[in-house]
Design a protein around this ligand. Structure first.
Ligand code: KIV
Length: 275
């Protein structure tokens, strides 16, 4: 009888246990191929609703459906074997009630077999986070700049500038941690505030435009590799220039097609060799 070796994925309790330890490395992925390329380098892959802007050319993360997230979640699960995969809940699929949130999150969990879901919001979402986590659905929180509330925030702006706004974000962080989230993303938030929250709460904070003191960091992969250049927030560092590589490969391809250099005999079946 052969024994199959099963590579174990990083679990949400393992991510939670990394509080205060070595930084947790997170990136987004929406496709099988990108998931394959990043899987061995990260602890957590987020199938983010940022795919609305990055893949579908929309002007915000609104307009993403649950079916889209499930399709991309499946693609990422197929491309990864060791990372903890978390799928974003799209706008409108969890805010109405904790029961609706559970039904939709359960669909994501069952149909993708991912490790958990992410949802945006603070104190107002705490009851929902508790309802989900008490029923077996691990939740990654998301506070500070919450892109699904772009219309209410009046744009993508750093949060927590005033004393009152800062206190509200601190309260959000405590509420989501107490509700049972295994970790939380802090996005676009004043650095001293993100640092203070990281020191105060018992679960890992994953920063994006937050603080180097967060327990982990996340960026959108297409930002990191220079494939999405429409809009580059201050917190993005580009570690590669894939956009330029794609454009120059397309240019070279066009030149060779027009000059009949491509396809060569080596790309054809039964073609005579070139002189
Ligand atoms: O949708 C997303 O990709 C995100 C991350 C940027 C945190 O929420």
């Amino acid at each position: 009888m052969s024994v199959q070796t099963r590579i174990k994925r990083t679990t949400t309790p393992e991510i939670a246990a990394r509080k205060g330890a070595e930084p947790i490395v997170c990136l987004t992925a929406y496709t099988t191929q990108v998931a394959k390329l990043i899987d061995s380098h990260v602890d957590l892959i987020l199938v983010g609703d940022s795919l609305a802007m990055v893949l579908y050319g929309l002007d915000s993360t609104l307009g993403v459906t649950l079916d889209m997230m499930i399709a991309h979640g499946n693609a990422v699960m197929r491309g990864s074997s060791t990372s903890c995969v978390i799928v974003d809940m799209p706008f409108g699929t969890y805010q109405e009630s904790k029961e609706v949130a559970f039904r939709n999150a359960a669909r994501v969990m069952c149909e993708t077999r991912c490790q958990g879901v992410k949802l945006e919001g603070g104190t107002e979402m705490a009851e929902t986070v508790a309802f989900l986590t008490e029923r077996g659905i691990p939740v990654l929180g998301h506070i500070g700049l919450t892109p699904q509330s772009v219309n209410q925030m009046g744009g993508f702006r750093a949060q927590g500038r005033s004393e009152e706004a800062a206190r509200r974000i601190v309260a959000d962080a405590h509420a989501i941690a107490e509700a049972g989230a295994f970790a939380m993303v802090i996005e676009g938030t004043m650095e001293p505030l993100a640092r203070e929250i990281t020191g105060d709460i018992p679960i890992p904070t994953i920063g994006i435009g937050a603080s180097p003191q967060c327990d982990g960091q996340i960026l959108v992969t297409e930002d990191v590799i220079g494939l999405f250049t429409e809009f580059t927030p201050k917190f993005v560092k580009r570690f590669g220039e894939m956009g330029q590589l794609v454009a120059s490969a397309a240019e070279q391809y066009a030149t060779e097609v027009k000059s009949r250099q491509f396809p060569g005999p080596e790309h054809c079946f039964g073609a005579p060799k070139r002189d």
